[in-house]
Design a binder for this molecule. Structure first.
Ligand code: NDP
Length: 499
């Protein structure tokens, strides 16, 4: 019998399989003292964990990784049951997640150990070093669309940096969080990773109690989280929504581009923060690309025993997708599907062309299997349009011209750009991930992701007395005369730039 079985229904979170609405699990609805208790336990865990040092933490993390790997089938079944995504997609999510955990465990020491920096000629008597210290307890608040990969992008790096973590999953998908914490308890123990199941109010309370917040979810909720975090100046990394565009140049491999449009837009039923929601294709190849996309979309299976994607995980998202399809069709033309595609929890793929740029379907996150394909005169125009939303998470460029691809990548206002693929970065653990503008700030993954979960501490150790006695009250007029001569010598010699 679990804690949730003993609690009254009002104090429980019950999850349902989006495929058949059958209950999957019951979890405690943590509130008030439960949240405080979870953070208190994690604080004790943090002290133990920090004292382990890099080498022991690496060994513990890799042992935990092997326990997760050993239970991958069971975990995939759980992810699939609560999100509705196909089992294969859940397994892929696990594989990507373990790659990041492995990288974080193996690279934390290299990235975070105290390092010497140059003190400069004038400060020859200072030994200068930079260290990265864990915050203590990191509160990780996760979404439901990738309930393992996404929060683990914060959890793995926060743990490897020496923090304890209290993980508050979405109320739609608490199962993987509890499962992960159970594997941690078996492999390591010491309350270093604590799962805290509950709802939005649980998350809001957690924000007040921890030393750092790693939030992944919608831009609207991120703003609420930030306003609460601001009360204590608690630092936050925010991974929010997106409206990613794919740019297709005239020389692009159109078969490959079409493959990736369909995978990026329809995979996971479009419920991917870095999914492809807009395509800007150069006019000379527009018809060819649309035909190739439609040909592939026609082959998608959305029902039967082996569908390409499942139902919408969050029931209310169906209404958002319907509104965006309606909105897109007001100015655009359906190349595949239409309003009838949004008939139930499983939404059929919809491809709409030539939609007004100021419409909701082009400006706001849809998070469903709808893609808008608009025509542009050049790659430069595509970049301009791609940049014209409040979001800036990911973007993709398809062209055979390396120079053009690099110029477009430089000009795109996004946290991550892929060239000739979509989501090509997801498994590259060394690449930091995060957004700009209203897609968020701060970075997870890679060396920047490890540093995100540390407070920087600088140490300057004086090794001998300075020749110039500047930092004492004993300095002389002669010392200051030398300083007055040094200023123009050191800093006054730069010539004006040539035009
Ligand atoms: P939400 O913003 O609705 O929720 C995210 C998390 O915040 C959930 O755990 C939620 O709990 C919790 N929460 C809700 N209200 C509060 C509050 N006031 N204080 C603290 N926590 C709160 O997002 P979704 O779960 O619907 O996820 C989808 C969104 O996530 C999309 O916009 C998507 O683009 C974005 N996303 C971004 C990613 C990125 O890396 N940039 C990756 C994946 C998704 P509960 O669910 O229990 O209410």
């Amino acid at each position: 019998m679990t804690l949730a079985d003993q609690a009254p229904a009002a104090q429980q979170v019950t999850t349902h399989n989006p495929v058949d609405s059958e209950p999957v699990g019951h979890y405690p609805l943590a509130q008030g003292a439960d949240v405080e208790d979870a953070v208190r336990r994690a604080r004790a865990g943090a002290t133990w964990w920090q004292n382990q040092g890099f080498a022991a933490r690496r060994a513990h993390l890799l042992h935990w990784k092997s326990r997760i790997a050993a239970g991958a089938e069971e975990l995939a079944t759980l992810i699939s049951a609560e999100t509705g995504k196909p089992h294969g997609d859940a397994l892929l999510e696990i594989m990507l997640t373990l790659g990041h955990l492995d990288w974080a465990a193996k690279n934390a020491r290299r990235v975070l150990r105290r390092r010497k920096v140059s003190a400069g000629l004038i400060n020859y008597n200072q030994h200068a070093t930079v260290g990265y210290e864990p915050y203590g307890v990191v509160g990780v608040i996760g979404p439901w669309n990738y309930p393992l990969y996404t929060p683990m992008g914060s959890i793995s790096y926060a743990l490897a940096a020496g923090n304890a973590v209290v993980f508050k999953p979405s109320e739609l998908t608490p199962g993987p969080a509890v499962w992960l914490a159970e594997r941690w308890a078996e492999a390591v123990g010491h309350d270093v990773l604590v799962a805290l199941t509950g709802d939005g109010a649980t998350g809001a309370q957690l924000v007040r109690s921890v030393d750092k917040i790693a939030f992944t979810g919608s831009t609207a909720t991120a703003k609420k989280v930030m306003s609460v975090a601001a009360e204590q100046l608690t630092p936050i990394v925010a991974e929010c929504g997106g409206k990613d565009a794919m740019l297709v140049a005239a020389d692009a491999d159109l078969d490959s581009a079409a493959d990736f449009v369909v995978f990026g837009a329809m995979g996971n039923a479009g419920q991917t923060c870095v999914g492809v929601e807009r395509v800007y294709v150069v006019d000379t190849v527009r018809d060819d690309l649309v035909a190739r996309v439609v040909e592939r979309v026609e082959r998608l299976r959305i029902d039967g025993p082996d569908p390409h994607y499942g139902p919408m995980t969050m029931p209310s998202q169906v209404d958002v997708v319907r509104d965006h399809v309606d909105d897109a069709l007001r100015t655009g033309s359906a190349a595949f599907g239409g309003r009838d595609s949004v008939a139930g929890r499983v939404v059929g793929p919809v491809v709409v062309t030539d939609v007004a740029e100021d419409s909701a379907a082009v400006q706001h996150e849809t998070f469903g299997p709808l893609v808008v394909i608009n025509t542009v005169a050049s790659l430069d125009e595509a970049v301009e349009r791609a940049n014209a939303t409040v979001y800036g998470l990911g973007a993709a460029v398809f062209t055979k011209d390396k120079g053009a691809a690099t110029r477009a990548a430089d000009a795109l206002r996004a946290g991550v750009v892929t060239i000739n693929s979509v989501l090509g970065f997801a498994g590259v653990a060394a690449l930091p991930f995060g957004g700009v503008k209203q897609s968020g700030f701060g970075r997870i993954h890679g060396a920047d992701g490890l540093r995100e979960f540390c407070a920087v501490k600088s140490v300057a150790r004086q090794t001998r007395r300075a020749a110039l006695n500047l930092l004492t009250m004993e300095r002389t007029d002669k010392d200051m005369h030398t300083v007055a001569r040094m200023i123009p010598m050191l800093h006054g010699r730069a010539k004006p730039p040539r035009n």
